[in-house]
Ligand binder design. Structure first.
Ligand SMILES: *Cc1c(COP(=O)(O)O)cnc(C)c1O
Length: 450
């Protein structure tokens, strides 16, 4: 029996380190994990969780960690959020599965209606549901190919879209995602991303030059008339929280529109209030033809969605889309609970507030510590990029060392980046301010020690 009986927001909102991290119980379970699970399934921090909620994760040894990860931008509403728990508990007792394609149920339709309403653009939309981000990205590409009768898919440097054959092919980074897993899916073309910190001629020219290069490569190497879809994350997630220079995304969207190319926004990591907008596309007023969502959609229950223009989605023949579990009733109830929570608790406002607390403190850390080359992000999707001081040379060992020391002090942070030199911060949007500040204080101390 655990000392705490319930997760969710009723958990004490405190950092508490009572053993070394990981403690003895976690170490024992980790040894079993090593024997039973292949090493390809990595572990960021080998503590075994028993409860989580608000801004903390509690482990089997009784340690309470400040959560700057949200299970990779999933628990935006917090773990075991009351509206999610209540709806899922009711649903699990009523029925757990029928297969929506066999005999439908209302909650799936409600989720589709809500997504059609709240995603960018007031055109007529349709939504269908799947189980994971990768599955949704695959379906978006499938739909775009069908709608256009074209095959090529254009993606960007530093992009991440998943681990299945097609989505791994769409992903930029070789190690660890692609190494040894080829051959990859054909008709995938990669073009430059407007990465302000690393743009050779500087951030001022980045948007214009990157867009010109991307468009030129599409025209010269692929032919715009062969492109079914351009697929992009409005802020690159795994690639290192790269916010493309302002103007880049609208220019790419405009090019798509002019050439009959389906513009797909992968908002799997950026969606559901994470960036201080309900969707990151809103920041520059982008209206994608298709938006793909997952992660934050259902508080941790497996759910993903493809939402797109009715005229694109209505062309697909009956039976052309689907899957056994897509839009499972528990996950749909959870998503409805998430959407209610975002609205009722103004989590868009909370995400903005988190950014307003974090960015100035991180900029102050960067000013004192030249190892921090860049501070960036929007809302509660914030990162620092570590470099060899005085240069822009990526410093992945520093990122790894800082993460390790944060973990030892009870602060869960994640790394990211094409060069592995980015620390990313994704607190649950319900994290209380005192934990946010305490986490930043720990980070400040550790960065200055490195
Ligand atoms: C995580 C992620 C995916 C893949 O989602 P899974 O649910 O892990 O399949 C796709 N795109 C982006 C931007 C992601 O962050």
């Amino acid at each position: 029996m655990s000392t705490v009986t319930q997760g969710g927001p009723s958990l004490p909102q405190e950092r508490r380190v009572v053993t070394e991290i990981p403690g003895p119980k976690s170490r024992e379970m980790f040894a079993r994990k090593q024997a039973a699970v292949p090493p390809g399934i990595g572990t960021t921090l080998p503590v075994f969780v028993t409860h989580a909620g608000g801004g903390v994760v509690v482990d089997a040894d009784g340690n309470s960690l400040i959560d700057f990860g949200s299970g990779i931008a999933v628990t935006n509403v917090g773990n075991a959020a009351p509206r999610v728990v209540e709806r899922v508990q009711r649903q699990v007792a009523d029925f757990t599965h029928t297969c929506f394609m066999i005999t439908p149920y209302e909650s799936y339709v409600q989720v589709a209606e809500r997504l059609n309403e709240i995603t960018p653009g007031d055109h007529e939309k349709r939504t269908f549901l799947l189980n994971s981000g990768a599955e949704a990205v695959e379906n978006a590409v499938k739909v775009a190919r069908h709608a256009t009768g074209r095959q090529a898919v254009v993606v960007f440097d530093h992009g991440y879209h998943g681990r299945t054959l097609l989505t791994m092919s769409l992903t930029a980074k070789n190690m660890p995602y692609k190494q040894g897993f080829g051959p990859f899916a054909p008709e995938v073309y990669r073009v430059p991303l407007a990465y302000p910190f690393r743009w050779p001629s500087g951030p001022e020219n980045c948007a214009e030059e990157a867009a010109a290069q991307a468009i030129d490569q599409i025209n010269k190497q692929v032919g715009a008339e062969n492109v079914a879809a351009v697929l992009i994350e409005p802020i690159a997630g795994e690639g290192g929280f790269i916010e493309p220079a302002k103007g880049f995304l609208p220019r790419i969207a405009e090019f798509c529109k002019a050439n009959g190319i389906v513009f797909i926004a992968d908002e799997v990591q950026t969606g559901f209030a994470r960036t201080g907008d309900l969707f990151a596309c809103e920041d520059e007023g982008l209206v994608p033809d298709i938006i793909v969502t997952a992660k934050g959609i259902a508080g941790g229950l497996p759910l993903a969605a493809v939402t797109g223009r009715a005229e694109i989605l209505d062309r697909i023949h009956v039976g052309g889309l689907g899957g056994t579990y897509g839009g499972n009733p528990l996950a749909c109830e959870a998503a409805l609970g998430v959407l209610e929570t975002i609205e009722a608790d103004d989590l868009v406002g909370r995400a903005r507030h988190i950014g307003e607390v974090m960015l100035p403190r991180l900029r102050a850390i960067a000013e004192k510590n030249p190892i921090v080359g860049d501070v960036r992000g929007r809302g509660a999707m914030i990162a620092i990029e570590l470099v060899v001081p005085g240069t822009k040379e990526p410093h992945p060992t520093a990122a790894g060392e800082i993460a390790k020391r944060c973990h030892a002090e009870g602060l869960l942070v994640l790394t990211a980046g094409t060069y592995g030199n980015v620390l990313r911060f994704l607190p649950p949007l319900v994290m209380p301010d005192h934990l946010l500040e305490e986490g930043l204080t720990i980070l400040e101390k550790i960065v200055s020690e490195i």
